[in-house]
Every structure is written in C-alpha cells, then in structure tokens.
Write a protein that binds this ligand. Sequence first.
Ligand SMILES: Nc1ncnc2c1ncn2[C@@H]1O[C@H](COP(=O)(O)OP(=O)(O)O)[C@@H](O)[C@H]1O
Ligand SMILES: [Mg+2]
Length: 405
Amino acid sequence: MIQSPPLTSGILDSASSTDSMIELRGLVKRFSNAAGEFTVLKGIDLTINRGQFVSIVGKSGSGKSTLLNMITGIDHPTEGQVIVNGTDIYDGVNESTRSKWRGKNLGIVFQFFQLLPMLTLLENVMLPMDYVNMYDFDERPNRAMDLLKLVGLEKFANKLPVLVSTGQQQLAAIARAMACDPPLLIADEPTGNLDTKSADTIIGLIEHFVAQGKTIVMVTHDPSLTSRTHRNIIISDGELINETISRSLPQLRHRHMLEFTKLAETKIYQPRETILSRDEHVDYFFMIRSGEVEVVLQNRNNETIISKLGKDEFFGEMELLRGGKAIANVRAGNKPVELVLLPRADFIRVMNESPITAEAVGKIVQKRLETQKTLDPRENHQSKNVVSIRRKNKSTATRPPKSKA
Ligand SMILES: Nc1ncnc2c1ncn2[C@@H]1O[C@H](COP(=O)(O)OP(=O)(O)O)[C@@H](O)[C@H]1O
Ligand SMILES: [Mg+2]
C-alpha cells in the first residue's frame, strides 16, 4: 500500500572540486613488519572544504597520524588517491617535487614542535621561506618578525628554542608553519604536550588563521577543542565514522558508531515527500543529515505540524510507535532532506548494550513527547492550534490534561 521512495544516496554529496581543499579517495595504508602485513587505513573517503576547521579524534593507534602523513605527503598510500589544493600529490610526483609543493601549500605542526635547536626562533621561522625560495631575501627577516609578533614572541626572536617555554616553542612552530602563507595547516596533537593555558593560546592562534580563511586539520584528544571546530571526524580502527551518526548519537562508543556506519543506508526525499505514513510499521531509526522533516497529524480537513526536526536530530520508533505503528505522518520539509537510516533491530540491540546513549536518547524523546502532547489533538483536545478532531485512540483520551506549572 505504501510505496517506499527510491534509494538515491549521495546526490547532495557532490561538492564541486573547487570547494574542496582535501579529497581522499579509497585510501588504504598497509605496513609490513616481522609479524606480517597489517592494514592501518582501510579505505578512507573524505572531502574537506576550503576554510573548514576540522578536528580528527580517535583512540591511540587508530590511524590518525598515518592519515595526516598521507595528506602531507610525508608517507605514501598503498592504494587510493590524495588530492590537496587541486594537486594529486602521488600521481607521477617524485619526492623532491612533493617536498617543494609541501613547503608552499601546507604548514605542519607536530606535538613535539621540532624546531631546529641550533637556530634562533627568527631563523627557524625564516627557514621555510629559504627552502622554497619565497619572498625576497631581504624581506624574509621582516616577515618572520611579523609572524613572531603575531604569536607574541617578538621579544624572544633572537633566542634559541631551549630558552623559551614549551608553549612558546609551539607558538614559534606555528609561526614557522605559516611562514609561506600556506592555505592549509595540518596539526598533529599540537596541544598534546602543553598545559591548559598554553593550549588555549595555541587554539586562539589557530582560530585567527581560520578567520583568515585558512583550512585547518587538527588531530586532538581534547574534547574542549573539538567543540570549537566546524567539523569533527572520528577514526576508529582505520575507518571513518559516519559524521551524522557521531553527531546524532555522540555518547556511543566508537566501535558502536563504526558498526552503525557499516549498517547505515542513506536516502534522499524530495520536498513534502512522505517518509513515514501513519499506521505504517516503523522499520528504521532515522537521523537527519541535511534538511528538515515535519511530523504531521492529519484528518480529512486539516493537518497539524506537531514538530519539525533538523540536521543531526533523529526520529524513529520511540516516539512514533504505538503498538508497532506510526501515530503520525513524517514528511520532508520544503527542501530535499537526506536521511541516514539504521535497521530498527540493530538500533535496539546497540541501545541495550549502551545504557548511556539509551538514556540520552530517552531524555530527548521524553522532552519532545512533552511538547508534542500540547500540540497533538489526540493527546490534548484543548490545544490552541487544533480544531477538534475525532478521537480514534481511546488509550490516550483518558490521560489527564497537562497542567501548567
Ligand atoms: N611506519 C610504520 N611502520 C609500521 N607500523 C606503523 C608505522 N606507523 C604507524 N604504524 C602503526 O599503525 C597504527 C596506527 O598508528 P598511528 O597512525 O600513529 O595512530 P594514532 O596517531 O591514531 O595514534 C599503529 O598500530 C602503529 O603502530
Ligand atoms: Mg598519532
């Protein structure tokens, strides 16, 4: 009776290549050692747009540094393609060309600064300009000094790294990374070795570059930093987590997120297209990747939108089901909506294994049900927005009206 809309995954994914700073396609990295070969990156696809500030998190050993080394060209992939700032960096490019390319196109910062110990801070910052022969020879010291001023180290310009604090060394390392004004900054746990105050200064500086339109990719362990980025990517055992899943259900363990990532299906619905019909069985847990859905109650003469849900919100059996069937219609809003679907049984199984997530989901649903109650004519016939509708559901009719606190 009810027809499922066609599966049209990925339509909204096609970012134009001019928007993207980094494109990874089918990236695989294998290492071999005495014990044999093992795969660290297991087929990574990722697009990072220009101007994005992206954090990457994951357990130790999950492949974060290896992933960054593929983007910077420090190491090479076993399979797949890496396109950075419009250049396919492994396709017919030799090591020395890649090294020059790197000097002009990206700044790199590591957890342990890696300043040259026998050069002053000023000389360290000038080094990349000398290496790629950028800016006039006479201009370089001034430019390096401007960068040291920017990071608050002009007074220490002529000091050796060992004579300043670790926080200051990292600031100098960032100044050096930005010496040739690259469009992209790659940072591997830049605050991992610093106290909170120094870490905050570093992030403030990185945000300054974000405001200038630079693209930043930063591996970090610090949850207070991930909340300040545009986008947070989770890597689990060499695979990327679907970002809609990690944003919708942030309390889930990474291994559960990864399991969901593999089970997930993407569907696109056109404006006003029906997603779920009242009285239909609900077979999925739905997360919204983009667009908006409307939860609608309908009778012959009128309809009431009882809630609207947007990006990273979810819906599913918890609030929609009474006795196995949807109690309302759900449809796309006035733009196309892209949904990530999980089979209901898998969702329930993982919720049973993950009480923290189950509780968080429960709270959101509870809150929503309370708002819904005041709008749903079958829950509360005094609702202002609703002209009286014949009650079908006896069980809800006996509930006491919600009192105003
Ligand atoms: N050059 C290498 N040779 C062999 N194994 C490596 C090499 N680099 C990394 N690995 C292994 O790959 C896995 C991921 O490492 P890494 O990317 O450094 O993880 P993370 O940065 O997330 O902690 C680890 O098991 C690590 O031991
Ligand atoms: Mg690492």
